[in-house]
Ligand binder design. Structure first.
Ligand code: PLP
Length: 408
């Protein structure tokens, strides 16, 4: 009865994990929820002031479909500073979060049958949206290369149907940051093979020393005319509920996106647009510094607790606010004839220990678990100690030298 396309996607795995955590908490259990894709924080003062001022000015009308001109001007200045290249308003569309920017990009770029290269593990919305737009996701394994795609693997996956490559750095879920060499190599591949680059830098505000986040457009200016930059204020300002993101790219793409958006959501919420305009005009350095400090502190605390894990290597945690645990060795040891454990089993075991996490299967990886450290420090401390104790208690019962089932 439903359209065929409804078989191409299911509700996001991270949202499902969040719902499971909330359901367990609602049933009276004291669950520590490490599933969230957001940082716990108060509102940025500039955002709050901008929104209140907009309401007091009685603003209630549609804006330009792809956002207020002044907001696009302010975004053009921001992106120009970040990429060291000039950007103009006709190269920018304001969207209802980065998710809509990505959806617009998929709808504007893909003809049914087109293939899109997506490094795996991946944020599950990437392949879902490619599928909705009629394209085919092609996954590039990164588990054996520290969660960064190897250029030879990307190149080997290119076919006559390949239209685009998704580059998400800092990466959700793995927490890796692609270095300049990787970005330059991907850009050159895109130029050589005539591909679009969908550059999702939503976590760019959180790059952890000594790692730095670079825009692929500044690393490889020659790839600018084939790159769509996707970003939002959801993560960088802890503003997930306000739904303001943007897409920046060649004017003809933005023009197509504007037409598409005019038939879907029209403009993003006018009050939220004014709030972000106020932030961009006034700045809020103290808030941003405090947010980065909070995430850094949580990362340091978390890495120190997780270092007590046996059989699980320290997570990369180079950027963003996720620890992505590689369970390969732990699962290799625990698997026995007739009983093969996956990340889903580990997530269930952790839920029994009152810690909610997201299984790597939500990201196309049966051997990983994602933990958010964007939560309150005291909760993080308790949650990670419970997690470490539960996993270590499990592995203490295992003789790792016993014959294990190899992946096959
Ligand atoms: N891109 C990535 C990699 C994400 O992880 C997320 C949210 O989790 C988004 C985009 C969507 O962000 P927004 O809330 O701005 O739509």
């Amino acid at each position: 009865m439903l359209a065929h396309r409804t078989t191409l996607f299911k509700s996001s795995g991270t949202a499902a994990a969040r719902v499971a955590a909330k359901a367990a908490a609602a049933s009276g259990r004291d669950i520590i929820d490490l599933t969230a894709g957001e940082v716990w924080s108060d509102l940025a003062p500039s955002v709050r002031d901008g929104a209140i001022a907009a309401i007091n000015r009685n603003l209630n009308r549609y804006t330009d479909t792809v956002g207020l001109l002044e907001l696009r001007q302010a975004l053009a200045s921001k992106i120009s500073a970040e990429t060291a290249q000039p950007w103009s308003v006709d190269e920018i569309a304001v969207t209802s979060g980065a998710k809509q920017a990505l959806f617009n990009a998929a709808m504007a770029l893909l003809t049914p049958g087109d293939e899109v290269l997506i490094p795996a593990p991946y944020w599950s919305t990437f392949p879902a949206q490619v599928g909705i737009a009629g394209g085919t996701p092609v996954f590039i394994e990164t588990r054996n290369s520290n969660y960064v795609p190897r250029l030879m693997d990307l190149a080997a996956a290119v076919t006559s149907k390949t239209k685009a490559i998704v580059v998400n750095t800092p990466n959700n879920p793995t927490g890796t940051i692609y270095d300049r060499g990787t970005l330059a190599g991907i850009a050159q591949l895109a130029i050589d093979q005539d591909l679009w680059i969908i550059f999702d830098e939503c976590y760019g505000a959180f790059a952890h020393d000594p790692h730095t986040h670079q825009s692929i457009v500044s690393v490889a200016p020659g790839a600018r005319d084939r790159t769509l930059i996707v970003n939002s204020f959801s993560k960088s300002l802890a503003l997930t509920g306000w739904r303001i993101g943007y897409l920046a790219g060649p004017a003809p793409v933005i023009s197509a996106v504007k037409a598409l958006q005019s038939h879907t959501t029209s403009n993003p919420n006018v009050i939220a647009q004014h709030a972000l305009l106020h932030f961009l005009e006034r700045g809020d350095p103290a808030f941003q510094l405090q947010l980065r400090r909070q995430v850094t502190k949580a990362r340091v605390l978390g890495l120190s607790i997780l270092s007590a894990l046996s059989l699980v290597p320290p997570p990369a945690a180079q950027g963003g606010f996720y620890f992505y645990l590689d369970l390969t060795e732990l699962l290799r040891c625990t698997n026995r004839p007739g009983r093969k454990f996956t990340a889903d089993d580990v997530v269930n075991l952790l839920m029994d220990a009152a810690v909610a996490t997201v299984s790597g299967t939500a990201f196309g990886d049966p051997a990983g678990v994602r933990l958010s450290y964007g939560v309150d420090l005291e909760l993080l401390d308790r949650g990670l100690r419970l997690l470490t104790a539960a996993l270590n208690a499990w592995t203490r019962t295992i003789d790792c030298k016993a014959p294990a089932i190899e992946e096959g």
